[in-house]
Design a protein around this ligand. Structure first.
Ligand code: FMN
Length: 189
């Protein structure tokens, strides 16, 4: 009998935060999803945060040795494995019965810790934040989507996806270390 192909869990099939959000939307009650996804009043700041990132472009660089990428740095005086950190968010049990506990467990393992806060959905957004002078970038909704999609595993998946995207951006920008990320890497449109 032919060996059965292992079926990958929906969370493992997600290749970016937007897909984790889709999964979270399907799992959450409508009111809970709307509370997480919504912004205040006309939601202009919410939209503005995303628009601000799309107006910044990263310059690729070649002829740099990027065979070893090290995304570790320090933030708020602590060593962190990546400059993508979890921002505080209330009412996490709306996403998953384990709530804050699952997030802390995943966060400690992932050693996550930002100074830019709002609209970060891609590793390249974190890269742009650092190039523009931030020490690190906080994420809010992305990990809440992960929590709703799969509890502790979901939060870990989001951290892994963003970390991988950030490392790819470091490779393409020719910056093997965080200290090498400089303002000259960005062009604003
Ligand atoms: C559902 C939800 C609850 C939040 N609760 C808090 C909170 O209790 N305290 C706080 O300082 N910030 C809170 N925030 C703001 C986040 O810390 C963070 O600044 C914001 O989510 C970052 O934007 P992003 O979601 O686009 O990444 C909350 C955000 C969301 C989406």
């Amino acid at each position: 009998m032919a060996a059965k192909k292992p079926v990958r869990a929906p969370l493992d099939r997600c290749i970016n935060v937007s897909e984790v959000e889709d999964l979270a939307r399907r799992k959450m009650k409508r009111a809970g999803y709307d509370y997480y996804a919504g912004g205040s009043e006309d939601e202009r700041t919410l939209e503005g945060n995303r628009t601000a990132f799309s107006a910044v472009f990263l310059r690729p660089r070649v002829l740099v040795d990027v065979s070893r990428i090290d995304p570790s740095t320090t933030a708020l005086g602590a060593a962190v494995s990546t400059p993508i950190l979890l921002a505080p968010a209330a009412l996490q049990k709306i996403a998953h019965p384990d709530g804050e506990l699952a997030t802390v467990r995943a966060a400690v393992r992932g050693r996550a810790e930002v100074y830019v806060d709002g609209g970060v959905r891609r590793g390249t957004d974190a890269m742009k934040s650092l190039a523009l002078g931030a020490r690190a970038a906080f994420i809010g909704r992305p990990y809440l989507w992960g929590l709703a999609a799969g509890g502790e595993k979901g939060v870990s998946r989001v951290l892994t996806l963003l970390r991988e995207e950030f490392e790819l951006a470091m490779t393409l920008c020719g910056t093997p270390t965080v200290v090498a990320i400089k303002r000259s890497l960005v062009a604003e449109g």
